[in-house]
Design a protein around this ligand. Structure first.
Ligand code: ADP
Ligand code: NA
Length: 329
Protein backbone atom coordinates (compact mmCIF):
# COMPACT_ATOMS: atom_id res chain seq x y z
CA UNK A 1 0.00 0.00 0.00
CA UNK A 2 1.27 3.48 -0.84
CA UNK A 3 1.22 5.97 1.99
CA UNK A 4 2.15 9.66 1.89
CA UNK A 5 3.48 11.63 4.84
CA UNK A 6 3.97 15.38 4.71
CA UNK A 7 3.84 18.36 7.03
CA UNK A 8 4.31 22.09 7.43
CA UNK A 9 5.75 24.00 10.33
CA UNK A 10 3.37 26.32 12.20
CA UNK A 11 5.92 29.12 12.26
CA UNK A 12 3.98 32.19 11.15
CA UNK A 13 1.09 31.96 8.66
CA UNK A 14 1.05 29.97 5.44
CA UNK A 15 1.64 31.96 2.28
CA UNK A 16 1.06 31.71 -1.46
CA UNK A 17 4.35 29.81 -1.93
CA UNK A 18 3.27 27.14 0.54
CA UNK A 19 -0.04 26.89 -1.29
CA UNK A 20 1.15 26.79 -4.92
CA UNK A 21 4.33 24.82 -4.17
CA UNK A 22 2.93 22.24 -1.76
CA UNK A 23 -0.59 22.41 -0.34
CA UNK A 24 -2.37 22.53 -3.69
CA UNK A 25 -0.48 19.41 -4.79
CA UNK A 26 -1.38 17.59 -1.58
CA UNK A 27 -5.05 18.08 -2.39
CA UNK A 28 -4.51 16.15 -5.64
CA UNK A 29 -2.62 13.34 -3.86
CA UNK A 30 -5.49 12.45 -1.53
CA UNK A 31 -7.28 10.58 -4.34
CA UNK A 32 -4.33 8.29 -5.12
CA UNK A 33 -2.75 7.64 -1.74
CA UNK A 34 -3.49 7.11 1.90
CA UNK A 35 -2.34 10.51 3.17
CA UNK A 36 -1.06 11.76 6.50
CA UNK A 37 -0.80 15.55 6.73
CA UNK A 38 0.82 16.64 9.97
CA UNK A 39 1.18 20.08 11.55
CA UNK A 40 4.81 19.65 12.58
CA UNK A 41 4.76 21.74 15.74
CA UNK A 42 7.78 20.03 17.33
CA UNK A 43 9.86 21.15 14.34
CA UNK A 44 8.71 24.72 14.93
CA UNK A 45 10.42 24.65 18.35
CA UNK A 46 13.84 24.36 16.70
CA UNK A 47 13.74 28.16 16.38
CA UNK A 48 12.50 30.47 19.20
CA UNK A 49 8.65 30.74 19.31
CA UNK A 50 6.25 32.85 21.33
CA UNK A 51 3.93 30.31 23.06
CA UNK A 52 0.48 31.95 22.48
CA UNK A 53 1.41 32.75 18.87
CA UNK A 54 2.53 29.17 18.29
CA UNK A 55 -0.79 27.85 19.64
CA UNK A 56 -2.65 30.16 17.23
CA UNK A 57 -0.47 29.24 14.26
CA UNK A 58 -0.92 25.50 14.86
CA UNK A 59 -4.69 25.91 14.41
CA UNK A 60 -4.16 28.23 11.43
CA UNK A 61 -2.04 25.66 9.59
CA UNK A 62 -4.61 22.92 10.24
CA UNK A 63 -7.35 25.29 9.04
CA UNK A 64 -5.33 26.05 5.89
CA UNK A 65 -4.99 22.33 5.09
CA UNK A 66 -8.75 21.83 5.32
CA UNK A 67 -9.64 25.13 3.61
CA UNK A 68 -7.34 24.26 0.69
CA UNK A 69 -9.38 21.10 0.13
CA UNK A 70 -7.85 18.32 2.20
CA UNK A 71 -10.70 16.26 3.55
CA UNK A 72 -10.18 15.42 7.26
CA UNK A 73 -12.55 12.46 6.94
CA UNK A 74 -10.41 10.78 4.27
CA UNK A 75 -6.92 11.85 5.45
CA UNK A 76 -5.17 12.13 8.80
CA UNK A 77 -4.74 15.75 9.88
CA UNK A 78 -3.25 16.20 13.34
CA UNK A 79 -0.51 17.86 15.44
CA UNK A 80 2.84 16.15 15.66
CA UNK A 81 3.10 16.77 19.42
CA UNK A 82 -0.17 14.89 20.01
CA UNK A 83 1.50 11.62 18.96
CA UNK A 84 4.38 10.77 21.29
CA UNK A 85 5.82 8.21 18.85
CA UNK A 86 7.46 11.01 16.83
CA UNK A 87 9.74 11.99 19.74
CA UNK A 88 10.34 8.42 20.90
CA UNK A 89 11.36 7.14 17.49
CA UNK A 90 13.50 10.25 16.90
CA UNK A 91 15.51 9.39 20.04
CA UNK A 92 16.03 5.78 18.98
CA UNK A 93 17.06 6.93 15.49
CA UNK A 94 19.42 9.53 16.94
CA UNK A 95 21.28 6.65 18.59
CA UNK A 96 21.74 5.07 15.15
CA UNK A 97 22.73 8.22 13.24
CA UNK A 98 26.42 9.11 12.91
CA UNK A 99 27.06 12.79 13.66
CA UNK A 100 28.96 12.96 10.36
CA UNK A 101 25.70 12.46 8.47
CA UNK A 102 24.16 15.47 10.22
CA UNK A 103 27.30 17.56 9.71
CA UNK A 104 26.61 17.39 5.98
CA UNK A 105 23.12 18.95 6.20
CA UNK A 106 23.19 22.31 4.44
CA UNK A 107 19.96 23.66 5.98
CA UNK A 108 21.47 23.62 9.48
CA UNK A 109 24.33 25.77 8.21
CA UNK A 110 21.83 28.26 6.75
CA UNK A 111 19.50 28.38 9.75
CA UNK A 112 22.07 28.26 12.58
CA UNK A 113 23.35 31.77 11.86
CA UNK A 114 26.85 32.96 12.61
CA UNK A 115 27.17 31.61 16.15
CA UNK A 116 26.82 27.89 15.36
CA UNK A 117 27.65 26.89 18.95
CA UNK A 118 24.61 28.81 20.20
CA UNK A 119 22.17 27.06 17.83
CA UNK A 120 19.88 24.56 19.58
CA UNK A 121 20.65 20.85 19.53
CA UNK A 122 17.10 20.42 18.16
CA UNK A 123 17.93 22.48 15.07
CA UNK A 124 20.90 20.23 14.42
CA UNK A 125 18.86 17.05 15.04
CA UNK A 126 15.82 18.27 13.03
CA UNK A 127 16.44 15.85 10.13
CA UNK A 128 16.39 12.90 12.56
CA UNK A 129 12.96 13.99 13.81
CA UNK A 130 11.85 14.32 10.19
CA UNK A 131 13.03 10.76 9.51
CA UNK A 132 11.00 9.60 12.52
CA UNK A 133 7.91 11.51 11.27
CA UNK A 134 7.99 9.62 7.98
CA UNK A 135 9.09 6.19 9.18
CA UNK A 136 6.73 6.08 12.19
CA UNK A 137 3.98 5.52 9.60
CA UNK A 138 6.18 3.48 7.24
CA UNK A 139 5.30 6.06 4.59
CA UNK A 140 6.33 4.99 1.10
CA UNK A 141 6.22 8.42 -0.54
CA UNK A 142 7.06 11.94 0.61
CA UNK A 143 6.26 15.02 -1.49
CA UNK A 144 9.36 17.16 -1.18
CA UNK A 145 10.54 20.48 -2.48
CA UNK A 146 14.15 21.10 -3.45
CA UNK A 147 14.92 22.35 0.10
CA UNK A 148 13.93 19.04 1.73
CA UNK A 149 15.59 16.57 -0.68
CA UNK A 150 18.72 16.18 1.41
CA UNK A 151 16.64 15.48 4.53
CA UNK A 152 14.63 12.77 2.76
CA UNK A 153 17.89 11.20 1.58
CA UNK A 154 18.97 11.09 5.24
CA UNK A 155 15.66 9.47 6.23
CA UNK A 156 16.40 6.72 3.69
CA UNK A 157 19.91 6.30 5.08
CA UNK A 158 18.58 6.04 8.64
CA UNK A 159 15.94 3.48 7.61
CA UNK A 160 18.61 1.45 5.85
CA UNK A 161 21.03 1.66 8.79
CA UNK A 162 18.33 0.55 11.25
CA UNK A 163 17.23 -2.36 9.04
CA UNK A 164 20.84 -3.53 8.60
CA UNK A 165 21.80 -3.21 12.26
CA UNK A 166 18.84 -5.31 13.44
CA UNK A 167 18.87 -7.52 10.33
CA UNK A 168 15.14 -6.95 9.83
CA UNK A 169 13.16 -5.31 7.06
CA UNK A 170 11.33 -2.93 9.40
CA UNK A 171 11.23 0.31 7.44
CA UNK A 172 10.56 0.84 3.73
CA UNK A 173 12.90 3.37 2.11
CA UNK A 174 10.60 6.35 1.42
CA UNK A 175 10.59 7.64 -2.16
CA UNK A 176 10.43 11.31 -3.08
CA UNK A 177 7.06 12.12 -4.67
CA UNK A 178 7.78 14.32 -7.64
CA UNK A 179 5.02 16.86 -7.97
CA UNK A 180 4.40 17.62 -11.63
CA UNK A 181 5.77 21.04 -12.38
CA UNK A 182 6.54 22.27 -8.87
CA UNK A 183 5.92 25.99 -8.70
CA UNK A 184 8.63 27.91 -6.94
CA UNK A 185 7.24 31.26 -5.81
CA UNK A 186 9.72 34.04 -5.15
CA UNK A 187 9.52 37.00 -2.77
CA UNK A 188 7.45 39.96 -4.01
CA UNK A 189 10.26 42.25 -2.87
CA UNK A 190 13.22 40.35 -4.32
CA UNK A 191 12.90 37.97 -7.26
CA UNK A 192 16.06 36.11 -6.28
CA UNK A 193 14.81 34.98 -2.85
CA UNK A 194 12.03 32.43 -2.33
CA UNK A 195 8.80 33.61 -0.75
CA UNK A 196 9.22 32.47 2.86
CA UNK A 197 7.60 32.66 6.27
CA UNK A 198 10.96 33.69 7.69
CA UNK A 199 11.28 36.84 5.52
CA UNK A 200 11.12 39.95 7.78
CA UNK A 201 9.08 41.94 5.25
CA UNK A 202 5.29 41.42 5.31
CA UNK A 203 5.21 42.78 1.76
CA UNK A 204 7.38 39.90 0.55
CA UNK A 205 4.52 37.37 0.71
CA UNK A 206 0.77 36.98 0.32
CA UNK A 207 -0.60 35.09 3.30
CA UNK A 208 -3.57 32.74 2.93
CA UNK A 209 -5.32 34.86 5.57
CA UNK A 210 -4.88 38.15 3.66
CA UNK A 211 -8.10 39.87 2.59
CA UNK A 212 -8.68 41.43 -0.85
CA UNK A 213 -7.30 44.83 0.24
CA UNK A 214 -4.09 43.32 1.61
CA UNK A 215 -3.59 41.24 -1.54
CA UNK A 216 -4.16 44.31 -3.73
CA UNK A 217 -1.72 46.41 -1.73
CA UNK A 218 1.00 43.75 -1.78
CA UNK A 219 0.67 43.16 -5.52
CA UNK A 220 0.68 46.91 -6.18
CA UNK A 221 3.84 47.27 -4.10
CA UNK A 222 5.51 44.20 -5.65
CA UNK A 223 8.88 45.07 -7.13
CA UNK A 224 8.96 45.29 -10.94
CA UNK A 225 10.90 47.11 -13.64
CA UNK A 226 9.68 49.94 -15.91
CA UNK A 227 9.47 47.91 -19.17
CA UNK A 228 6.17 46.43 -20.39
CA UNK A 229 5.86 42.62 -20.40
CA UNK A 230 7.87 40.88 -23.14
CA UNK A 231 6.46 38.31 -25.59
CA UNK A 232 8.92 35.46 -25.00
CA UNK A 233 9.84 33.37 -21.97
CA UNK A 234 13.47 33.89 -22.89
CA UNK A 235 13.15 37.67 -22.45
CA UNK A 236 11.05 37.21 -19.32
CA UNK A 237 13.69 34.97 -17.71
CA UNK A 238 16.12 37.91 -17.64
CA UNK A 239 13.74 39.85 -15.34
CA UNK A 240 13.37 37.95 -12.07
CA UNK A 241 10.51 39.97 -10.53
CA UNK A 242 8.46 40.08 -13.75
CA UNK A 243 9.08 36.37 -14.23
CA UNK A 244 7.81 35.65 -10.72
CA UNK A 245 4.54 37.56 -11.21
CA UNK A 246 3.85 35.72 -14.48
CA UNK A 247 4.67 32.41 -12.75
CA UNK A 248 2.14 33.22 -10.04
CA UNK A 249 -0.49 34.21 -12.61
CA UNK A 250 0.02 30.99 -14.61
CA UNK A 251 -0.12 28.81 -11.48
CA UNK A 252 -3.28 30.48 -10.13
CA UNK A 253 -4.99 30.27 -13.52
CA UNK A 254 -3.71 26.71 -14.17
CA UNK A 255 -2.27 27.57 -17.56
CA UNK A 256 1.26 27.43 -18.95
CA UNK A 257 3.60 30.34 -18.38
CA UNK A 258 3.75 30.94 -22.13
CA UNK A 259 -0.05 31.24 -22.27
CA UNK A 260 -0.05 33.61 -19.29
CA UNK A 261 2.60 35.70 -21.00
CA UNK A 262 0.84 35.69 -24.38
CA UNK A 263 -2.28 37.06 -22.69
CA UNK A 264 -0.30 40.02 -21.34
CA UNK A 265 2.56 40.57 -23.79
CA UNK A 266 3.13 44.32 -24.21
CA UNK A 267 0.99 45.20 -21.18
CA UNK A 268 2.25 47.71 -18.62
CA UNK A 269 2.76 46.43 -15.10
CA UNK A 270 -0.10 48.50 -13.73
CA UNK A 271 -2.49 46.73 -16.13
CA UNK A 272 -0.98 43.28 -15.55
CA UNK A 273 -0.95 43.75 -11.77
CA UNK A 274 -4.64 44.70 -11.80
CA UNK A 275 -5.42 41.44 -13.64
CA UNK A 276 -3.20 39.43 -11.32
CA UNK A 277 -4.86 40.98 -8.31
CA UNK A 278 -8.38 40.08 -9.54
CA UNK A 279 -7.22 36.53 -10.22
CA UNK A 280 -5.47 36.14 -6.85
CA UNK A 281 -8.50 37.45 -4.97
CA UNK A 282 -10.87 35.17 -6.94
CA UNK A 283 -8.75 32.07 -6.29
CA UNK A 284 -7.69 32.76 -2.70
CA UNK A 285 -10.81 34.30 -1.17
CA UNK A 286 -12.76 31.00 -0.96
CA UNK A 287 -9.79 29.53 0.94
CA UNK A 288 -9.49 32.55 3.21
CA UNK A 289 -13.24 32.52 3.94
CA UNK A 290 -13.19 28.84 4.80
CA UNK A 291 -10.09 29.32 7.00
CA UNK A 292 -11.77 32.15 8.88
CA UNK A 293 -14.90 30.04 9.36
CA UNK A 294 -12.81 27.17 10.79
CA UNK A 295 -10.77 29.49 13.01
CA UNK A 296 -14.02 30.98 14.31
CA UNK A 297 -14.82 27.64 15.94
CA UNK A 298 -11.58 26.50 17.63
CA UNK A 299 -13.38 23.76 19.60
CA UNK A 300 -14.53 22.10 16.36
CA UNK A 301 -11.05 22.44 14.85
CA UNK A 302 -9.51 20.88 17.97
CA UNK A 303 -12.02 18.03 17.72
CA UNK A 304 -10.93 17.35 14.11
CA UNK A 305 -7.27 17.40 15.16
CA UNK A 306 -7.99 15.12 18.13
CA UNK A 307 -9.72 12.60 15.87
CA UNK A 308 -6.76 12.70 13.46
CA UNK A 309 -4.31 12.24 16.34
CA UNK A 310 -6.22 9.24 17.68
CA UNK A 311 -6.05 7.49 14.30
CA UNK A 312 -2.38 8.46 13.82
CA UNK A 313 -1.64 7.10 17.29
CA UNK A 314 -3.05 3.70 16.37
CA UNK A 315 -0.55 3.35 13.50
CA UNK A 316 2.29 4.90 15.51
CA UNK A 317 1.71 2.64 18.50
CA UNK A 318 2.02 -0.45 16.29
CA UNK A 319 5.34 0.74 14.87
CA UNK A 320 6.67 1.68 18.31
CA UNK A 321 5.74 -1.71 19.77
CA UNK A 322 7.55 -3.41 16.89
CA UNK A 323 10.61 -1.13 17.19
CA UNK A 324 10.88 -1.49 20.97
CA UNK A 325 10.66 -5.25 20.66
CA UNK A 326 13.41 -5.33 18.01
CA UNK A 327 15.66 -2.95 19.98
CA UNK A 328 15.13 -4.92 23.19
CA UNK A 329 13.27 -2.28 25.21
P1 ADP B 1 8.85 28.44 4.69
O1 ADP B 1 10.14 28.51 3.92
O2 ADP B 1 7.88 29.50 4.29
O3 ADP B 1 9.06 28.33 6.17
P2 ADP B 1 8.38 25.63 4.83
O4 ADP B 1 9.82 25.34 4.88
O5 ADP B 1 7.58 25.44 6.08
O6 ADP B 1 8.14 27.09 4.25
O7 ADP B 1 7.75 24.79 3.64
C1 ADP B 1 6.51 24.13 3.68
C2 ADP B 1 6.23 23.59 2.29
O8 ADP B 1 6.01 24.67 1.37
C3 ADP B 1 7.39 22.79 1.69
O9 ADP B 1 6.86 21.69 0.96
C4 ADP B 1 8.08 23.77 0.77
O10 ADP B 1 8.75 23.13 -0.29
C5 ADP B 1 6.91 24.62 0.28
N1 ADP B 1 7.34 25.99 0.01
C6 ADP B 1 7.78 26.89 0.91
N2 ADP B 1 8.08 28.07 0.33
C7 ADP B 1 7.82 27.91 -1.00
C8 ADP B 1 7.91 28.78 -2.14
N3 ADP B 1 8.32 30.03 -2.02
N4 ADP B 1 7.56 28.30 -3.36
C9 ADP B 1 7.13 27.02 -3.48
N5 ADP B 1 7.00 26.15 -2.45
C10 ADP B 1 7.34 26.58 -1.23
NA1 NA C 1 11.93 26.50 4.93
Amino acid sequence: MNRIFSGMQPTRLLHLGNYLGALRNWVALQDQYECIFCVVDLHALTLPQDAPTLTKNIRAVAAAYIAAGIDPDRNLIYNQSAVSGHSELAWIFSCHTPMGWLNRMTQFKEKAGKQKDMAALGLYAYPVLMAADILLYKATHVPVGEDQKQHLELARDIAGAFNRFYEKDVFPLPEPQILGEATRVMSLRDGTKKMSKSDESDYSRINLTDDADAIALKIRKAKTDPEPLPATLEELAKRAEADNLVTIYAALENISKQDALSRHAGATFSAFKADLCDLAVAKLSPITDKMNQLLGDPAELDRILRKGADKANEIAARTMAEVKDIVGL
